[in-house]
Write a protein that binds this ligand. Structure first.
Ligand code: ADP
Length: 297
């Protein structure tokens, strides 16, 4: 499997202040890579550099083996980009926007018709000026243009902003199909559950530098589960003294605790109780990231 995205030593300064200060990472073809960090960390600047929208102060960026500084047009034909704050030209119709953006992509919009149908953009909608569009409709145009030329690499910045739950699900379907077909995804989002569900690897950027990187599951650390056990009849003191259980709080038939590690012994023990309900939720990436942000501050 080849390398889809390779960013090496990327620096972008605005005056004396670096927005991105020596960022390097690579994303394999077929991989989904998450890029997360607090506001102002340098995520958008990294993405804009990858698409030739800002000129890096130094560093190199290669996409599907091509250097973007010398081969940008060829790169753009293979990339679908959804910017974070997706602006359109208010006086153009939706269709005119798609055509204009399609011309920049330089590859025929082979999927446009199908995408408009799936995202419920009617012909009447497409012939209306964008200035009368709702936020959600503008985001749908953003999604259609990102996928319309069937790109091999998707670069998505906060892709589900402004979408209602039904459209979020349709977008999830498009992303799954792209993955199944061997496509690559670079996803920047502050919705950490989205990053957790979508990506295998993640980089955390803070103040222009990558402060943590690795398998999404590893970066989250040893995963902690928050468990609630409701029983039908009481158990003996110490019956929940099982490896991995901590912070146990018992209140009558309700027991709350944290769990880390292999669950086999716990499940075996629960099998000896009269269980009414057992809820066990993994800790979210968000909590782990807050820890990372704190550590590097
Ligand atoms: P993020 O997308 O992670 O929120 P950005 O890449 O937008 O972060 O911004 C990183 C830093 O660079 C911020 O401090 C921001 O104020 C600064 N910055 C971004 N674009 C410009 C610009 N055009 N001129 C000056 N400073 C900028």
């Amino acid at each position: 499997m080849g390398v889809a995205i390779e960013v090496a030593g990327l620096v972008k300064r605005y005056g004396a202040t670096p927005a991105v200060d020596g960022v390097s990472f690579s994303v394999a073809e077929g991989e989904a890579f998450g890029y997360v960090g607090p506001n102002g960390a340098g995520k958008t600047t990294t993405i804009r550099s990858m698409l030739g929208l800002v000129r890096p102060t130094s560093g190199t960026i290669r996409i599907l083996g091509r250097d973007i500084s010398s081969d940008l047009r060829a790169v753009l034909a293979d990339v679908g980009h959804l910017p974070g704050e997706f602006g359109l030209w208010p006086q153009l119709t939706g269709l005119e926007c798609l055509e204009y953006l399609g011309d920049l992509q330089g590859r025929p919009p082979v999927r446009r018709k199908e995408l408009c149908e799936r995202l419920e953009l009617s012909a009447a909608d497409l012939h209306r000026q964008v200035r009368v569009y709702s936020r959600g409709m503008r985001q749908k145009i953003g999604l259609v243009q990102a996928f319309q030329h069937d790109p091999r690499v998707l670069v998505l910045d906060e892709p589900t902003e402004g979408l209602d739950p039904v459209m979020k699900e349709r977008f999830g379907g498009l992303l799954d199909e792209h993955r199944r077909a061997g496509g690559t995804v670079f996803l920047s989002s502050h919705i950490l559950t989205e990053v957790e569900q979508t990506t295998e690897r993640v980089a955390v950027i803070k103040a222009g530098r990558i402060v943590a990187t690795g398998a999404t599951a590893d970066v989250t650390g040893e995963s902690v589960h928050h468990c609630t056990l409701v029983l039908k009849s009481p158990i003996a003191d110490g019956a929940l003294d099982v490896a991995g259980v901590s912070a146990l709080e018992s209140d009558g038939l309700v027991h709350r605790f944290e769990f880390r590690g292999d669950m086999e012994a716990l499940m075996r023990q629960l099998g000896t109780f009269a269980v009414q309900e057992f809820v066990c939720e993994p800790e979210h990436l968000a909590e782990t990231f807050f820890e990372i942000y704190r550590e590097v501050r």
